[in-house]
Design a binder for this molecule. Structure first.
Ligand code: GLU
Length: 920
């Protein structure tokens, strides 16, 4: 508001609060123009005037007098005549009428004669005459309120059901749709008559869940009842009712349906002023004061809900007039004047009075009343109300709805309800409600009970999910009715048509409130429906025939060690034998006297010939020993290391051989999904319309893509209609079919079918959840219940009950042991025994160093003793070693001892370093 206006407001308040300086006339006449048959407006007008007079608001002297004229709603000529009658009586203001056609005539006469005209009717014109104010908020403001509500609820689409063109004007802001992507709007006109079912059915067929209903207040209950009859008042339907008088409609029948019904109102029955007026009204005192009304009418008015927005506005209009006339009285001496329509004269106070009206600020039954310069109401506030089961007031008409927020032009829609309030409302709404639960059969989630044909309702079914649902229902106190889904389909989307089938379709088409079974949460489904928190985690795996026991092969004694280890062992054997041979030639200590009785032999012998070395090594490997043994440190080191090696290898071999011989080998042609993908002999498939099929179809991994291509192209089809059929197929095809199944289900199956087993690990990880229609209010409540069941371990206990304790569980324990031990007997590979080879190699290396040491020491001794250069000795000795020929060596003698005869085997060429060898 401008600062000038504020100053004027203050001025008005000052005038109102100070004692009147001038005296008002004893009688102030005001005229009321009412449409014929609109008794309520007239009564409200009279009642307001009565209260003013009764409470002596204009002082003890001054009274308001009413002159009432009734006019037919569409007769402008008669309306003009009646207005002229009124002005002739010297009225200070004219109230009404309600009908649009006559109202403009009245307004122009009032404008000409400068008599304030006060209206309380729905009027969409954007301009008003100067002498008129309207207490009814302008439709454009209301329309903005509805747009803000739609935005607050984040509706992506809605359907407007309107009765007449006025409705479209009321909702114009929604139809202008600021951004076309914000929401999708469809518009339907309610048919004439009182049967809306066919129209509602059409709307239902479009699966639209959000409805804006614009019709007369009296029709609202009818439309909603018919919507209820065709199933459009479920928990996933939301309504905004444009009537400002929803609090007068008896919505008791719809409280338990779960639909969200929202409206806005101007009158808050909880406010002090409103309660005061209503109580006064209900006491009947006011009505009995109207002697002119007949008794029946009095009773009728007392019985029906009298205080509509329009009657409250009429009451406020009189109040507004009274405040303005008081303000006028404070500034001037007010005189009433009789005027004629045809004359030139106008009422002198009219202009001031209408200006005071536009400046006055008052708190009426319809909240804050203020006007802009054009006479339109500004700064009013609307309550946002929601239908629910509330018990907040004693008034029977307001028990059903509660204020959940406010709307004003400045601040927009303000939701004052907290999350807890909303949650409590949802949980309260769930109580005693019966939810339709769609499900697909799958053991042990939901199964038919034995003798189910003789049972009724939910009693026919049992299983993990039935128990889980019972637990959730007992927490949230709702009832449920289990309905099997046609064809036992879980739900998959047709790639071409985009249509869903199975349980997902049931939810989308609002035939079910919930879907439960081993229903996997995946991206595609999550886009279409809502899921609760998961109640079980799992992954895809392979169900296959248990590997067959194979007869031991002829050469099974080779199995304990891998081929690789065998090869390494042979290499080690040859290597050690050769090293021993070389080292024995190197080291001087392996050259020994072949005839111990002869202390001075001519030759020395080395027992480690190449063949002897091979014999020695094999003798040790076979744990048998040998008739000759090494003497030198280096050769003993080689022997020691080799014995150590053979000890470990033989022990390992013996131990593993025992395992191999005592168990029968179980051999499976496939060990993983990769194995499956690599071959075509074994067919594999999954549940049609299940999430496993969708997983392979949508996967980008090469292996899974290949598997999907194979599955899709295989004829006859590898897809099955239920898990039970998949299990049967695996059993019947005896190793020629593998079923891709979810791990939790496999766990259940292998517990009961001992010929089946899970192959490999999990191909993915995912969870099962309960699905609800998109936007279902119950999702968070059910999620909370699942979480609490998880925290109390109830879900784990239920799982144990249905997997391990019920119906044929634990049958396969023994065979499991067998297969378990078979997996223990596996050949030893290099990873198992590699360390022994390392130890052997290091030992050989060390022995080589020692042998070189021994050899060098010996050469050093010779060079010293014979006084020949060390290099010459080394070269001679090495030559002999690497000649690798002969296992005897002449004994070395000093030059003095060298015999030149034939018997002297020690030639200087070979061994003597000081004298020439006589043999050469
Ligand atoms: N749990 C799956 C689903 O929700 C059904 C079984 C499967 O596809 O393996 O679709």
């Amino acid at each position: 508001m401008s600062s000038t206006a504020c100053i004027l407001c203050g001025f008005v308040t000052f005038l109102v609060n100070t004692q009147p300086v001038h005296l008002l006339p004893e009688i102030i006449t005001i005229g009321g123009l009412f449409d014929k048959g609109d008794i309520k407006q007239e009564v409200a007008f009279r009642y307001a005037v009565d209260r003013v007079n009764h409470e002596k608001i204009l002082g003890t002297r001054t009274k308001l007098r009413t002159i009432i004229e009734k006019i037919p709603p569409f007769d402008s000529f008669l309306a003009s005549k009646r207005v002229c009658n009124l002005v002739r009586s010297g009225v200070a203001a004219i109230f009404g009428p309600q009908s649009g056609q006559t109202s403009s005539h009245v307004q122009s006469i009032c404008d000409a004669l400068e008599i304030p005209h006060i209206e309380t009717r729905w009027d969409y014109r954007l301009r008003r005459d100067d002498y008129s104010v309207n207490l009814y908020p302008h439709p454009s403001s209301l329309s903005k309120a509805y747009l803000d509500l739609v935005r607050l609820f984040q509706w992506k689409s809605f359907c407007i059901l309107y009765e007449d063109n006025e409705g479209l004007v009321r909702l114009q802001e929604l139809l202008k749709t600021p951004s076309p992507n914000e929401f999708r709007v469809s518009i339907r006109q309610l048919p004439r008559g009182d049967d809306y079912r066919s129209l509602l059915s059409e709307v239902k067929a479009t699966l639209e869940q959000n409805i804006i209903l614009d019709c007369k207040t009296e029709k609202v209950a009818d439309v909603l009842r018919q919507a209820q009859q065709i199933g459009m008042m479920s928990s996933f339907h939301n309504y905004i009712i444009s009537s400002l008088d929803l609090h007068l409609v008896n919505l008791d029948d719809f409280k338990y349906g779960g639909s969200n019904i929202t409206a806005v109102r101007l009158i808050d029955p909880e406010r002090e002023e409103v309660r005061d007026v209503m109580l006064d009204w209900e006491s009947g005192r006011a009505l009995h004061a109207h002697k002119h009304l007949d008794k029946d009418l009095i009773n009728k008015l007392r019985n029906i809900s009298f205080w509509t927005t329009e009657t409250a506005l009429m009451y406020d209009a009189v109040k507004l007039f009274v405040m303005a006339i008081q303000a006028l009285d404070n500034s001037t001496d007010v005189q009433m004047t009789s005027l004629v329509c045809e004359g030139e004269d106008a009422w002198v106070h009219g202009n001031s009075l209408i200006n005071y009206m536009k400046l006055v600020k008052l708190n009426g039954l319809t909240g804050n009343i203020e006007f802009d310069a054009l006479g339109f109401r500004t700064d009013f506030c609307l309550d946002i109300i929601e239908l629910g089961m509330y018990n907040l007031t004693k008034n029977a008409h307001v028990v059903q709805s509660i204020q959940v927020g406010t709307w004003s032009k400045k601040t927009g829609a303000n939701y004052t309800r907290t999350y807890q309030d909303t949650y409590r409302k949802i949980v309260d709404g769930l109580q005693n409600k019966t939810l339709v639960v769609s499900f697909a059969f799958n053991d042990p989630y939901i199964m038919k009970k034995a003798g189910w044909e003789d049972l009724q309702g939910n009693d026919r079914f049992e299983g993990f999910c039935v128990d889980l649902l019972t637990e959730i229902a007992s927490i949230l106190k709702f009832n449920y009715s289990l309905v099997p889904v046609p064809q036992n389909l879980y739900g998959s989307r047709d790639r071409v048509t985009g249509e869903w089938n199975g349980m997902i379709k049931e939810l989308l088409e609002q035939r079910a409130d919930m879907a439960i079974t081993d229903l996997t949460i995946n991206f595609e489904r999550e886009q279409a429906v809502d899921f609760t928190m998961p109640f079980m985690n799992l992954g895809i795996s392979i169900l296959y025939k248990k590997p067959q026991k194979t007869a031991p092969s002829l050469f099974s004694f080779l199995s304990p060690l891998s081929l690789e280890v065998w090869m390494y062992m042979i290499t080690a054997y040859v290597g050690v034998a050769f090293l021993l041979y070389i080292l024995a030639r190197f080291t001087p200590y392996e050259w020994q006297n072949p005839h111990p009785c002869n202390p001075e032999p001519d030759t020395l012998e080395n027992q480690f010939t190449l063949l002897n070395c091979l014999w020695f090594a094999i003798g040790s490997l076979m744990q048998q020993g040998c008739d000759f043994l090494p003497q030198a440190v280096s050769t003993r080191m080689v022997a020691g290391m080799w014995w150590f090696f053979t000890l470990i290898m033989i022990s390992s071999y013996t131990a593993n051989l025992a395992a191999f011989l005592t168990v029968e080998r179980m051999e499976s042609p496939i060990e993983s999904a990769e194995d499956l993908a690599k071959q075509t002999r074994i067919k594999y498939g999954s549940l049609a319309s299940g999430s496993t099929t969708a997983f392979f179809r949508d996967s980008n991994l090469d292996t899974y893509k290949r598997m999907w291509a194979f599955m899709e192209s295989t004829t006859p089809s590898v897809f099955v209609s239920s898990n039970a059929n998949g299990v049967k197929k695996v059993q019947e095809e005896n190793g020629h079919y593998a079923y891709l199944m979810e791990s939790t289900s496999i766990e259940y199956v292998v517990e009961r079918h001992c010929d089946l087993t899970q192959i490999g690990g999990l191909l993915d990880t995912k969870s099962y959840g309960i699905a609800l229609p998109p936007g279902s209010p119950y999702t968070s409540a059910i999620s909370s219940a699942i979480l609490s069941l998880q925290e109390t371990s109830t879900i784990q206990l239920l799982k144990r009950k249905w997997w391990k304790e019920r119906k044929g569980a634990g049958k396969c324990n023994t065979s499991k042991d067998e297969s378990g031990s078979s997996s223990m007997a596996s050949e030893l590979n290099l990873n198992n025994v590699g360390g022994v080879f390392v130890v052997l190699l290091s030992g050989m290396g060390l022995a080589l160093v020692v042998a070189i040491g021994e050899f060098a020491l010996e050469c050093w001794d010779i060079s010293k003793e014979d006084e020949v250069p060390l290099a010459a000795v080394l070269s001679k000795e090495l030559k002999f070693v690497f000649k690798c020929k002969g296992s005897s060596k002449p004994v070395r003698k000093k030059d003095s001892e060298i015999d030149t005869g034939d018997n002297n085997l020690y030639s200087t060429e070979t061994y003597g370093y000081g004298a020439k060898n006589p043999l050469t």
